[in-house]
Structure formats: C-alpha cells, structure tokens
Ligand binder design. Structure first.
Ligand code: ADP
Length: 304
C-alpha cells in the first residue's frame, strides 16, 4: 500500500521543552489513522508540523509525496484540517461561509459552486445551507467545519478531536460523515480523539507519550498485546466465592453484585469457573478494551 504520510526522526523543542523527541511513523493512503496520546504528549505539535503551521527542528516528513521544508504549497493543497475550535463566521450562513472560504482557492466560479454543492452533500448538510452558522447545533457546526475543509478536494483530512463535546447521538452522525469520507471518497483520515471506541474503528493506531511513540499497531493488536480479558462473575454464594478466590490467590475486584477478575490468559477462566462452579450464578468473559490498552501503555487515562 502507498504511504501518504511518512515521518522519520521528527523533533521539535519549545525552548528547553522537548515536545517531540524523534518520532517515526507512516500513514497508508486511504486509511483511517488514529494518533493518540494523553494531554501534552505532542500530538498538536506533530499535527501542526505535518500541516505546515509549525516548522520542525529535525527529521524528514513527506506528505502526499511532497517533502516538508521544500514543497509547503503542494502539501497545503493536499490536506484539509478541522481544528477543535471552529473558524467560521457565526453571522454568515453555511453556504456563505463556504463561499468566503472557497474564494481563497482562486477557482472559477462554476467550479467553486460544484465544490460547495459536493461538500454540502458529502457532509449531509444540504438542508441547512441557508442557516446561520452561529445558530447551528454542535454536530451541524462540526459537519460544516468538515465541509469547509473539503472545498479544495484534499487527499488527507486532519481531524483534531472532531467529536469532543458532542452528545453521543450527534457524535454518531459526525462519525457517519467521517466514515463516508473514507469509504466513498477514499480520503485518508488522520484523527486524534479521546474516544477509544472511535480509535477502535481505525485501521492503524499510533500512541505517543512525552514526545515519543510508545506503541503502534492495529486496534486488535494493541488490545491483544496490552489489555487483559476480564472474567465477570455473578455469585450464587458470595462468601464462598470470595473464600475460594482468596485461597487460590486469584486477585479480584468486588463490585456491588459482581466479581471482576483480570485474566492473564483468556483460558484461565475455565479453571476458575470449574473450581468454584457451585458458587456461581452466571459469568461472562469480556474482551480487553482499547481504553485498557491505553492505560496499560501510558499509565494514564486519556482524558486526564
Ligand atoms: P498534545 O497535543 O498531545 O496535548 P502538545 O503538542 O500540545 O501536546 O504539547 C507537547 C508539549 O509541548 C507539552 O509539554 C506542552 O506543554 C509543550 N508546548 C506545546 N506548545 C508549546 C508552546 N507554544 N510553547 C511552549 N511549550 C509548548
């Protein structure tokens, strides 16, 4: 597969703060790539460098085949960016905002009109095109921000926490738009998010912490490698179950009416269940989550 972004030994300091300490990763063309890390890890610094907003200190970066430091204009034409805080005018309508933005790209009027229609359609906001941006809901604003980033038909879309602060239903709608861009428009999506269920949908994940890459792989690789499956037991006889687990030195956590046991290996659950069957009402073995993997890798909650 073609690599649309390639980063080698990227470094950036702010004075004596080493924000990015020589990171390496690449992004496959057409993939959904999740770039994760706790606050202060170096995500924004990296994204700002890749998108030409900030200069690097050291390292090699190629975006869509163009070398950073030599072909900034070509890189800028290759990418769209949606920042956390919207940049559109609240008093203009959705369409007017897109027209103003589109006028930066110096394309013929008819082409711009086509691009605006396409962006409205792709993001599913045709029906609100005449509403003032400032009057829109959070999810509508977000989709308008995405439409704005699509006007010059970029190959790569950078989305910095696109669903933060949105309610779950709205997050789903925005997510549908993102998946549509990947599957229908074949765009490469470079995503940062605090929601692990979103990162779980990525083709590939890179986790950074303290300016260094601390883990990378597919979501299933990260879960298999860095998280534990969980055995959840509803007791029939709480005291006896607790006695058994304690006698066997099996560590557990007691919640109101369930026992939670972190499994080293999924199959360990069989011996535990068999050993104390008569004290068990019911049980479940749950797969480890990406949240769990993240905490095990970084020692931190992602939202800390
Ligand atoms: P993230 O996006 O993962 O939260 P950042 O890239 O914003 O991380 O920050 C990485 C490190 O660099 C942090 O220690 C942060 O405090 C520091 N930093 C970021 N921007 C600046 C700046 N403009 N001046 C000084 N330090 C900065």
């Amino acid at each position: 597969m073609e690599r649309i972004i390639e980063v080698k030994n990227l470094k950036k300091n702010y004075g004596n703060v080493e924000a990015v300490k020589g990171i390496d990763f690449y992004v496959d063309s057409g993939s959904l790539f999740a770039f994760l890390g706790p606050n202060g890890a170096g995500k924004s610094t990296t994204i700002n460098i890749l998108s030409t907003l900030l200069t690097k200190d050291e390292g090699e970066v190629e975006v869509n085949g163009f070398r950073l430091g030599e072909h900034e204009d070509e890189i800028r034409s290759s990418i769209g960016i949606v920042f956390q805080e919207g940049v559109l005018d609240p008093l203009l309508s959705v369409k007017e905002n897109l027209e103003v933005r589109g006028s930066f790209y110096k394309m013929p009027k008819e082409v711009l009109k086509e691009r605006i229609d396409k962006a409205l359609k792709t993001t599913g906001i045709e029906n609100i095109a005449s509403r003032k941006y400032g009057s829109l809901s959070g999810g509508q604003k977000r989709r308008t921000d995405i439409a704005r980033a699509l006007l010059h038909s970029p190959k790569i879309l950078f989305l910095d926490e696109p669903t933060t602060g949105l309610d779950p239903q709205t997050r789903k709608n925005v997510w549908t738009t993102i998946m549509h861009l990947k599957t229908e428009e074949k765009m490469t999506i470079f995503l940062t998010t605090h929601y692990m269920e979103e990162a779980d949908m990525a083709d590939y994940v890179v986790i950074i912490d303290n300016g260094e890459v601390v883990a990378k792989g597919t979501p299933s690789y990260l879960k298999d490698t860095f998280s534990n499956d969980i055995l959840r037991i509803k007791p029939k006889n709480t005291d006896e179950l607790e006695k058994y687990l304690t006698a066997k030195s099996i560590r557990f956590e007691k919640k109101i009416d369930v026992f939670i046991i972190r499994l080293e290996h999924t199959l360990d659950s069989i011996d535990i269940i068999n050993g104390t069957k008569e004290n068990i009402e019911s049980f479940q073995v749950l797969n480890g989550t990406l949240d769990d993997a993240f905490i095990n890798i970084t020692g931190k909650e992602i939202r800390e």
